[in-house]
Design a protein around this ligand. Sequence first.
Ligand SMILES: Cc1cc2nc3c(=O)[nH]c(=O)nc-3n(C[C@H](O)[C@H](O)[C@H](O)COP(=O)(O)OP(=O)(O)OC[C@H]3O[C@@H](n4cnc5c(N)ncnc54)[C@H](O)[C@@H]3O)c2cc1C
Ligand code: SF4
Length: 339
Amino acid sequence: MLRLPKFEVEKPTTVDETVALLSEKTGDVMIIAGGTDLMPNMKHELFTPKKLVSLAGVSALFGIREEAGALVIGAMTPLDQVANHPLVAERAPALAQAAGLVAGPQLRRMGTLGGNVMLDTRCQWYNQTYFWRKSLGFCLKKDGSACHVIEGGSKCVAAASNDTAPALMSLDAKLTFANADGQRELLLDDLWKSDGIFNKKVPPSDLLTEIRLPQREVKHLGAYGKLRDRGSIDFPLFGVAVRIDIDANDVVVDAEAVSVALQARPTRIRKFGESLVGTTLGSPEFEKGVQAAASLGHKQCRPMPNVPGDHEYRHAMVPVYLKRTILAAAAGAGPVHAV
Ligand SMILES: Cc1cc2nc3c(=O)[nH]c(=O)nc-3n(C[C@H](O)[C@H](O)[C@H](O)COP(=O)(O)OP(=O)(O)OC[C@H]3O[C@@H](n4cnc5c(N)ncnc54)[C@H](O)[C@@H]3O)c2cc1C
Ligand code: SF4
């Protein structure tokens, strides 16, 4: 049986109290939201905080609302609510689908959108017990000095594995963080750095309070595709969110795709929209554009043996999932996943 190390829990009820607690003991203090990732990681001794600051009693961090045309989701909103909320389904279908594919039902009721955005990177050589990691000589990300994914590598390439991140990026989400100096807003694209040890530019002591999806000028369609071992629970082996903007005649005016579970940060597929823009949904030109976009994704998305699953198989699945996800978005359907 894996035991949790000893720790204290603080239970603030306001954002100000939370921020004060987090600025008190930087390093030894961690935020706990639903705890669905942090608890297993603490049992594996990947994190050994002396104190946890629970967000469960901070009511200001919960809920989904519209504000000046934007869709605003509190960081503590459970994934289950994100997946099933009518406003999210209508305004951000890829996000609703991605949230609905995180883990399994119990974990989606405990796990939060904020916790998903701030999720630690994952690697098959890292998300293991202390005993298992020790027998391998540990690794760069925790307690060791070598990487087992890239032999001789000096940089950790553990994978961003948060399903909602690509969907949020495809919708140009903005994040609000609070710390002792006040509040600041950040484009989600600007949160990441390509370092698997800690893939965020914002320190772990900053509190994510809400996620804001700006109002979009034109109509958009969206879907999320997720390759995983078991349809009922697993982390992504490859994930992709697609957004297609259309005009009143169903002509594509812009398109974006963002991938996850490949490298340390979720990544936009460059020039993804080029083959789709100007085509009409369902037309032969659109179908050709879909093939071209899937091939482009295959060239750019290069899985490494960081997360479980054969990386060549994962690579072969990239165009398959990309194509299915584009077609699902165009048909107002989705999500795309193995059952
Ligand atoms: C069996 C299993 C399967 C899983 N499958 C998936 C999956 O398929 N896809 C997936 O994406 N995830 C998966 N997860 C991980 C996890 O359940 C989700 O990512 C969940 O959304 C995490 O949210 P949480 O509220 O539980 O975060 P926590 O575990 O509480 O926190 C996660 C991290 O975020 C930080 N944090 C949390 N909230 C904030 C905040 N407001 N501000 C700043 N930092 C914060 C914490 O300090 C911690 O470092 C799985 C977990 C398990 C155990
Ligand atoms: S990629 Fe994996 S094995 Fe390599 S340093 Fe990072 S966690 Fe460790």
